[in-house]
Write a protein that binds this ligand. Structure first.
Ligand code: NBG
Length: 800
């Protein structure tokens, strides 16, 4: 892994001494007693030291230049591990590697000791993490604001094929990257009452909680700039009740503290459906209110007048979770600083913008007015006033911010933002014609598109050293900071030497994955088989059940005709289901049950194997993606807002089998239709098909393979002791089938057979894979951030 060190500074020996110094003086450990944890911490501190000066300099420069800052408010930052990332961004590979070697340690073992910070559910949270990397790389003064969850996304295991959930414990050990900021703390109130005197309203909260900041520096590529991820932890206003304690009521005395801490205790394990818990609303207000106060404090410390706020602060709402920012900012400006209401709304709109990440109706947040009035009484009054102002401007409007006793957070965000963006071209178009149709008509310039992207530092340079090395050898290392340079690879795609090296990098990655599957999971796989990968949250719209149904049908066909020259394939699944989403949990169970039967079938297992890896997370994605041949992006068209895993896989040379959904459309446009396995209905066709009576039953009847696969499930072929176990799935697919599994099955089967044929010709396959890499440059999150800067934030890079 070592590559050329381009930073000046300490020599390798100097760096090793820094590690030793931290081991001794920061960790208080002697070399002879140091554990892997101690070494990992010492290495992290030595690396972190290299970030600090740059971090301070960036902060100073932002103040000196009076720069506009970008504030990214997000309930989730799925950052994963940071050590390797920082080493790669600082170009410290050589020094860190040789320091560990000198000290008699295995570099990979030390790096892999770091817990994976899973402060997010899926795409939305990982996108936020990629954006932080790009903002720092581009030298844009920016802060990420979120919650310092004590427990991130649950740890998943399988017992008899069923998903089990256990708490995640990333903070059990010390977190090497964060700095506690006891002085950066705000009191956040809930409940209480509002008194009005004349035009002035005063909210007196009934309870309070302290939001205290923890800062993590985020270093950009080559250490050119560093920003801050500021996460809020909930602390009690009063530590404990001494009177009760002295009376011997120990548990009761600790109650206020425990209750307060509850707010930042866990990440809600649900990314698409609203669970409607009071605690969730409290979390949302807690981090939004603390962030806005921090933003205003910084702004006011620079001595500007409040009308200048939109020129100095761009505040991005990552989905509706921080949507309360609209009324809260109006409250801070109007109630607390005396700005006229209309002006306060205008200033707030000038700062705020909102990204929508899903059109699934159940995922658009709505809060009951009752709950909201109880927790945030002043905000409800302000929302009513915002709604009235909107109605006055548009007397014929039909869409209101409040309806059936609920407050609609998507609509509130729309009205309070100067720009609203979708995350892929198709998704943005659908926003205009579906969920925000009327609002789009009233504000035709408000909706803009910013197709998602991924950071090439983590998703190529760091996770795929073999391919990165080859790319750099071929076109130089400019691609890391400018991914579009990958197009320079195209001319090498006809070159036999390059293609051999490309094929070797992929094969070596597959061997490495295969070895890990064996050592970590006891699964034996053939690295020459096609590695077919579906890694993402488990959801009906993502259609993991379509994938497993196809596997069953294929198994049946191979059994009938084992000598037909089948292309060996390993289907790898990874992903978690929300604990309360029973259908998704049944899909996991079914995949595991099917795997058990298929993997032990001596006739078919040389050709078809199923592996479901437990506890999929960022770290696992980093292992799987470089070794994948086929990327499954098979959502029902119109339902996947963008996808970002699809981009990572494309970049790493996996070919996609996919529908015309989300960013698949743009991926296919760029890599070329001939290098992409397209199947299925378009979003319009899907919409129309749902109107056809008995569409699923008809599709099942028309497709003997699908019918036979469903019958095997019903007959208990995979659940002999409980034949009815998957009745729900079978009935859904052959009955209502909202996600059109049955209707897309035949086409999917056909596309998979085309995959088989294509993979049997390794030269052509590798050529297509290399073209996928060469043409993936546009999907860098650097490009996405440039788009936000130009179209939404109107902020600038302070680098060069
Ligand atoms: C997800 C979408 C993905 C998209 C990411 C990032 C949520 C609510 N939405 O398609 O499902 O890629 O957001 O934009 O997590």
């Amino acid at each position: 892994m070592p590559s050329e060190n381009t930073t000046s500074g300490p020599t390798n020996a100097g760096f090793r001494d820094a590690v030793l110094r931290h081991l001794t003086y920061t960790l208080g450990k002697d070399v002879s007693h140091a554990t892997v944890y101690d070494w990992r911490m010492a290495l992290s501190f030595a690396v972190r030291d290299r970030v600090i000066d740059r971090w301070f300099a960036a902060t100073r420069e932002s103040y000196d230049k009076g720069a506009k800052r970008v504030y990214y408010l997000s309930m989730e930052f799925l950052i994963g591990r940071l050590l390797q990332d920082a080493i790669v961004n600082l170009r410290l590979e050589e020094q860190a590697f040789s320091a560990m070697q000198d000290l008699g340690l295995d570099f990979d073992t030390v790096v892999h000791d770091e817990p994976d910070a899973a402060l997010g559910n899926g795409g939305l949270g990982r996108l936020a993490a990629c954006f932080l990397d790009s903002l720092s790389t581009l030298g844009v003064p920016a802060y990420g604001y979120g919650i310092r969850y004590e427990h991130g996304l649950f740890r998943q295991s399988f017992v008899d094929g069923r998903q089990m959930e256990a708490p995640e414990t990333w903070l059990q050990q010390r977190n090497a990257w964060e700095f506690e900021r006891p002085e950066a703390a705000f009191n956040i109130g809930f409940g209480g009452s509002v008194s009005e005197t004349g035009t002035q309203a005063v909210w007196t909260p009934g309870e309070g909680i302290v939001a205290q900041a923890y800062d993590t520096p985020i270093i950009g590529w080559q250490g050119a700039w560093a920003n801050t991820l500021r996460l809020w932890a909930a602390k009690p206003v009063q530590l404990f009740d001494l009177d009760r304690f002295n009376r011997g009521e120990f548990a009761a005395a600790a109650e206020p503290e425990a209750l307060a801490r509850t707010i930042s205790r866990v990440l809600y394990p649900d990314d698409t459906t609203e669970i409607g818990k009071e605690l969730r609303l409290k979390q949302e207000y807690f981090f939004t209110a603390a962030s806005l106060r921090d933003i205003l404090r910084r702004f006011e410390s620079e001595g500007h007048s409040l009308e200048m706020l939109p020129k100095k602060a761009a505040i991005q709402l990552n989905d509706t979770h921080p949507a309360i920012a609209g009324p809260e900012l109006v409250r801070l400006l109007h109630d607390e600083r005396g700005i006229a209401f209309d002006d306060a709304v205008e200033i707030a709109c000038g700062c705020l913008s909102y990204t929508n990440h899903t059109l699934l109706p159940e995922a658009l947040e709505r809060w009951s007015e009752g709950l909201m009035s109880r927790l945030l009484p002043r905000h409800v009054a302000l929302i009513e006033r915002i709604d009235a102002a909107h109605a006055a401007k548009h007397p014929h409007r039909k869409v209101t911010l409040m309806e059936h006793g609920e407050i609609k957070m998507g609509e509130l965000s729309f009205v309070m933002a100067h720009k609203v963006n979708g995350v892929s071209a198709l998704h943005t178009d659908l926003m205009k014609t579906t969920v925000f149709k009327e609002l789009h008509g009233l504000y035709p310039d408000r909706i803009v598109n910013q197709t998602n992207g991924v950071t090439p530092r983590r998703w190529m340079l760091s996770c795929n050293p073999r391919l990165s090395g080859l790319i750099t050898e071929t076109i130089g290392d400019g691609w890391v900071g400018d991914l579009e340079k990958l197009s320079g690879l195209e001319k090498s795609v006809g070159d036999a030497g390059f293609m051999e090296a490309y094929g070797k990098a992929k094969r070596d990655n597959k061997v490495q994955l295969s070895n890990w599957l064996q050592s970590a999971h006891g699964v034996k796989t053939d690295p020459d088989a096609l590695f077919d990968v579906q890694i993402k949250r488990i959801h009906e719209y993502k259609r993991q059940h379509l994938n497993i149904l196809e596997a069953i049908a294929l198994w049946q066909e191979i059994r009938e005709n084992p000598n037909a020259g089948w292309t060996p394939r390993v289907k790898i699944f990874g992903g978690k289901a929300a604990p309360g989403y029973f259908f998704a949990k049944d899909i996991i169970h079914l995949i595991n049950d099917v795997a058990k039967v298929l993997n032990s079938d001596p006739v078919t297992s040389p050709f078809l194997q199923i592996v479901f890896l437990p506890n999929y997370n960022v770290t696992m994605a980093e292992r799987l993606i470089p070794a994948s041949d086929l990327s499954e992006q098979i959502s029902t068209a119109g339902k996947e807002a963008s996808g970002t895993g699809n981009m990572k896989l494309t970049l790493n040379g996996a070919l996609t089998i996919g529908t015309l959904d989300g960013a698949n459309v743009e991926i296919r446009d760029r890599v070329g239709a001939e290098n992409f396995f397209l199947f299925g209905m378009t979003a319009d066709e899907a919409e129309a098909r749902r109107e056809v009576a008995d569409h699923a039953a008809k599709a099942v009847k028309a497709d003997a393979r699908l019918a036979r696969a469903l019958k095997a499930i019903s007959d208990g072929a995979f659940s002999a002791k409980e034949r009815g176990r998957y009745k729900g799935i079978v009935e859904n697919v052959s009955g209502p089938d909202y996600f059109l599994v049955a209707s897309d099955f035949a086409d999917y089967w056909q596309a998979q057979r085309e995959v088989d044929t294509a993979f049997a010709n390794p030269q052509d396959w590798m050529r297509a894979a290399a073209l996928n890499t060469a043409r993936a440059g546009w999907f860098s999150s650097d490009r996405t951030i440039r788009g936000y800067l130009a179209d939404i934030w109107h902020a600038e890079s302070l680098l060069g």
